[in-house]
Design a protein around this ligand. Structure first.
Ligand SMILES: Nc1ncnc2c1ncn2[C@@H]1O[C@H](COP(=O)(O)OP(=O)(O)OP(=O)(O)O)[C@@H](O)[C@H]1O
Length: 283
């Protein structure tokens, strides 16, 4: 059955000084509407490469991405992106930062409708009292809230989050995870999020995509997360499947570690052999 989001045979080759490097290859994934997926894998395996290709910000080498029956060919308002740092205009207010995107995507709505839209999402993320505060005067957590409101206010079909809570302290992080889930219950936006945090993936997602180590990274394993929504952190932590699934995820990452150690050792041996051969070769 075709997915609401279809990612088929997605591949990325970067040109490097040492020649082409195939970072992602044959990455395949279908998502249903409203599904929340986390991408998990070792640092440098290619998670951001996949996410930025889906966002249309990174040219695709092979394969493609279909969002609700339309193959993407670049960035678009149907996909909202939130990075680790929200990149706001520091001299503009929270409201004006959100309005920047809303004005572009909804030029035919009246000014008051656009302000209502921006104000609505800023209030949902807990910034109802800071609408007119300059971004530079907001804490990091508040700035990230503006980033999330900005993405939602465009009413995207898909939300792409690249470690959105990575720079926040653990309390703010937990608070924002809950804010995000609350909005998603209402808006049902299909979401792909990168995280390094196994517990965050367990709390947030419907499925976790475990990526293999690069080069040629792909989907290594898909893990279903069975916890009911709306989720309550304590109930999730106390669920009898929690530690089994967590163990499964960590087991996969450890397995990838072993494979990497083996490939690195084989590479070192091959380069030593090559050096020896060149020393023995007649001048
Ligand atoms: N523009 C580029 N040119 C060449 N190589 C690149 C480029 N961008 C990324 N890479 C390489 O591609 C690989 C995957 O990078 P990517 O940022 O997608 O990984 P990641 O899994 O998101 O990493 P992290 O978890 O550390 O953020 C890395 O080896 C990186 O050095």
């Amino acid at each position: 059955m075709p997915g609401y989001i279809e990612i088929f045979n997605l591949g990325k080759t970067y040109d490097t000084p040492n020649g082409p490097a195939i970072i992602v290859e044959e990455f395949n994934l279908n998502m249903t509407q409203g599904e929340y997926i986390c991408l998990l894998g070792h640092s440098g395996c290619g998670k951001s490469t996949v996410l930025t290709m889906v966002a249309g910000l990174n040219p695709i080498t092979t394969g493609g991405v279909v969002v609700e029956n339309r193959e993407i060919d670049g960035p678009g308002p149907d996909r909202g992106v939130v990075f680790q740092s929200p990149c706001l205009m520091p001299w503009m207010t929270a409201m004006d930062n959100v309005m920047l995107g809303v004005n572009q995507v909804y030029p035919h709505a009246s000014k008051s409708e656009r302000r209502d839209m921006a104000g609505y999402y800023l209030t949902l993320v807990g910034l109802g009292n800071s609408l007119h505060t300059r971004a530079a005067d907001l804490s990091q957590g508040m700035q990230q809230r503006v980033g999330i409101a900005r993405a939602f206010a465009l009413r995207p079909k898909m939300l792409l989050l690249d470690e959105p809570f990575g720079m926040l302290d653990s309390l703010t992080r937990m608070e924002l995870q809950e804010v995000l889930l609350e909005i998603l219950v209402q808006d049902k936006v299909t979401t792909m999020m990168i995280t390094h945090d196994v517990d965050e993936a367990l709390f947030m997602s419907d499925r976790v995509v475990m990526m293999t180590n690069g080069p040629r990274a792909r989907v290594g394993k898909l893990i279903d997360i069975p916890f009911e929504r709306p989720r309550n952190r304590t109930e999730v932590l106390e669920h009898n499947a929690y530690y089994d699934i967590r163990g499964d995820m960590i087991g996969f990452l450890e397995e990838q570690d072993h494979k990497k150690l083996k490939t690195d050792a084989a590479k070192r041996e091959a380069s030593r052999d090559q050096e020896e051969q060149s020393c023995l070769a007649p001048a």
